[in-house]
Design a protein around this ligand. Sequence first.
Ligand SMILES: O=P(O)(O)OC[C@H]1O[C@H](OP(=O)(O)OP(=O)(O)O)[C@H](O)[C@@H]1O
Ligand SMILES: O=c1[nH]c(=O)c2nc[nH]c2[nH]1
Length: 190
Amino acid sequence: MEQLKEKIRSEGIVLSDKVLKVDAFLNHQIDPQLMQQIGREFARRYQGQGITKIVTIEASGIAPAVMAGLELGVPVIFARKHQSLTLTDHLLTASVYSFTKQVESTIAISTNHLSPSDRVLIIDDFLANGKAAKGLITIIEQAGASIVGLGIVIEKSFQAGRQELEALGLRVESLARVQALQDGQVHFVD
Ligand SMILES: O=P(O)(O)OC[C@H]1O[C@H](OP(=O)(O)OP(=O)(O)O)[C@H](O)[C@@H]1O
Ligand SMILES: O=c1[nH]c(=O)c2nc[nH]c2[nH]1
């Protein structure tokens, strides 16, 4: 998605050879117009696949997931990372190691919101080592629902996430694929 790549080039900051900071438009301050285009692009790529739910993980997956849900006309569920007084239902859980916070947490989704008849699209802002995606997959499988594929805003293709998900036979659609973060520059796959 050219518009997204242009935004990454102009406003992304390379913090190291592994970490890209995009908090000016994606995961702290959010550019709503870009996010709307991102939602439209996910919907275009997964149109006609019979998707009934979108699943993401808090916090940064929520914005692109909601925009995709709006375009596809389906509800959006986000896995919670923290206990809550309102999270009282039966829970489906998995353990996920957070790339940016470097802590393990238990993520949870209520059994009320996913059923075996659901066809799920997983959306997230980043794909790095695939830990968040795999946690979501574990939960969706516990619910007996089907996974249609994943929609990723920024994939760091030099990390293992895509390979691991493709090894599970899953479709991965990434709107920007980063080949390398080098000398302060972002290099894209294509
Ligand atoms: O493929 P992975 O190695 O799992 O990395 C990708 C995940 O890392 C980030 O989550 P994180 O918990 O770091 O931050 P967030 O709270 O901003 O979502 C990002 O939002 C993805 O969910
Ligand atoms: O802002 C972010 N930058 C990254 O490089 C990254 N990788 C996983 N999650 C991430 N979030």
